[in-house]
Ligand binder design. Structure first.
Ligand code: TYD
Ligand code: MG
Length: 454
């Protein structure tokens, strides 16, 4: 029998490596690779004892009718799930420590329990009394959620198997430990084993299981990414600490659209749902100022307007600052390069600061034109028309490319009182409502039209 070899695993992304290295080539994280004890060897190769059962594809639909979803009543949460919890599904909710994961899930579990479903909340992080204190603060003490403070995986499975609730929240997967795995709680091996057992339990029993996973900065604790592939749905709860807005985003969903967002506001009494995020993200806009552009975006299935803010200032540094918050910095560098080489507008010697108001994160390429608009407006010290929204993708040649769902973007903009839209010439529109549409073929044309210079 071959000698078991120790393996090295990245705690960020779970990639396996032959030897230790300071940086993981798979995800680029530093100091995230740890040594793992070899798995115990099985009985060896060859055929297994039992034969698996096969069923025809056509038979599945009649054998197992699609399960009804259970809506928790927290609408923003249900929407991100694709319309509610699917029985037997495994959901991972990841996010930075302190962002509000426990608060959100306690509220969701309580809402579900108030509707008559059985909900269990297992916490390895807080004592029952702490959770009760939080529940009191959130006004949830009357909700029939049952609490447990268990971290032993085997005991948790026994409990859940006996109780058979509709929903079990396990907070967090990094605190669980299985006596079958010889590694510390929080290690990649433990987190994977716990997630695997709980996902298998969910499928077998029909209990919807939500696993909470902290996004970790230090390499010793495995992050939620190492279990993403096992679960049906992956949600990330994000937001800036300094802002009260929190966004729940689905990055993978076997039962609904990925990329859907739910918007919440952290208040003294817990998380409040935000039904109209555009109004919220634009609420801080005052008088028209240079460097501000309103982007008509789409997040998942719904349109969301956000304000892109830019500040451009003379730099004293040899390599000027490029500080980008809430936008892809690679994308921003590309736009700066296109402005320099295609439009002849240099940004050398200038510090550039860019962010999205309210702590929102925008990943759509459709935001390119709004980013360019904010940058130019800041550089020229000339405000964009305050009643205008922008969208369009910028290609390396400086041409503007059309984007998806233009009508939805315009409709949302109109609803919020905007009367003008600046968009690519090639954008096809089926009706533009009452909006004034300014079509631009390329970035040079946009610069000339809006800022009166070539
Ligand atoms: P928590 O849900 O414990 O975060 P996580 O489980 O993701 O680590 O949220 C902690 C933060 O939320 C804490 O800094 C305080 C804040 N908070 C409020 O502002 N209002 C509230 O009603 C509650 C319960 C928490
Ligand atoms: Mg917590």
């Amino acid at each position: 029998m071959a000698k078991p070899v120790t393996s090295f695993t990245c705690t960020e992304c779970g990639a396996a490596h032959k030897k230790w290295a300071g940086r993981c080539d798979a995800c680029g994280a530093w100091n995230s690779i740890v040594e793992e004890a070899p798995l115990a060897q099985g009985p060896g190769r060859g055929l297994g004892a039992a034969r698996g059962r096969m069923v025809p594809l056509a038979g599945l639909a009649t054998d197992e009718p699609p399960p009804a979803r259970t809506a928790s009543g927290v609408e923003e949460f249900d929407r991100v799930l694709g319309g509610g919890l699917v029985p037997g599904s495994a959901i991972l909710v990841g996010g930075d420590p302190g962002i509000g994961k426990s608060t959100l899930l306690l509220q969701a579990a309580a809402a579900l329990a108030r509707r008559g479903a059985q909900a269990i909340y297992l916490s390895g992080e807080e004592a029952g009394s702490q959770i009760r204190m939080r529940a009191a603060r959130l006004g949830l003490t009357d909700a029939p959620v049952r609490l447990g403070a268990e971290t032993n995986l085997r005991d948790i499975l026994t409990t859940l198997d006996a109780e058979k609730p509709d929903l079990a929240v396990v907070d967090s997967v990094q605190t669980l430990w299985s006596d079958q795995v010889q590694a510390a709680p929080g290690s990649v091996a433990q987190v994977r084993a716990a997630a695997h057992e709980l996902v298998t339990f969910a499928k077998r029993s029909g209990v919807a299981v939500i696993l909470v996973g902290h996004v970790t900065k230090d390499g010793q604790i495995a992050g939620p990414r190492v279990v993403e592939h096992m679960v049906d749905t992956v949600l990330y709860f994000e937001g800036e600490r300094g802002h009260q807005f929190r966004i729940l985003r689905s990055v993978k969903n076997r039962f609904g659209p990925a990329g859907e967002i739910g918007v919440f506001e952290m208040t003294g009494g817990g998380l409040a749902e935000v039904a109209n995020p555009s109004a919220l993200f634009l609420s801080e806009r005052g008088q028209p100022v240079a460097g501000s552009a309103v982007f008509a975006g789409i997040e998942g299935t719904r349109p969301v307007l956000t304000e892109v803010q830019a500040l451009v200032a003379p730099s004293t540094l040899a390599s000027p600052r490029r500080t980008v918050v809430g936008l892809d910095s690679g994308r921003v560098s590309t736009i700066l390069a296109v402005l320099e080489s295609r439009c002849g507008i240099p940004f050398a010697g200038l510090d550039v600061f860019l962010n999205v108001a309210g702590g929102m994160r925008v990943a759509e390429p459709a935001a390119d034109l709004a980013i360019a608009g904010a940058l130019l407006s800041a550089r020229e010290d000339a405000p964009l028309p305050p009643e205008a929204v922008l969208f369009g993708e910028i290609s390396l040649s400086g041409a503007l490319r059309p984007v998806a769902q233009a009508e939805n973007r315009l409709k949302e903009a109109q609803k919020l009182g905007f009367s003008q839209a600046i968009l690519p010439e090639s954008q096809r529109l089926e009706g533009d409502g009452a909006m004034r549409i300014a079509r631009m073929a390329d970035l040079t044309g946009f610069v000339g039209e809006v800022f009166g210079a070539g």
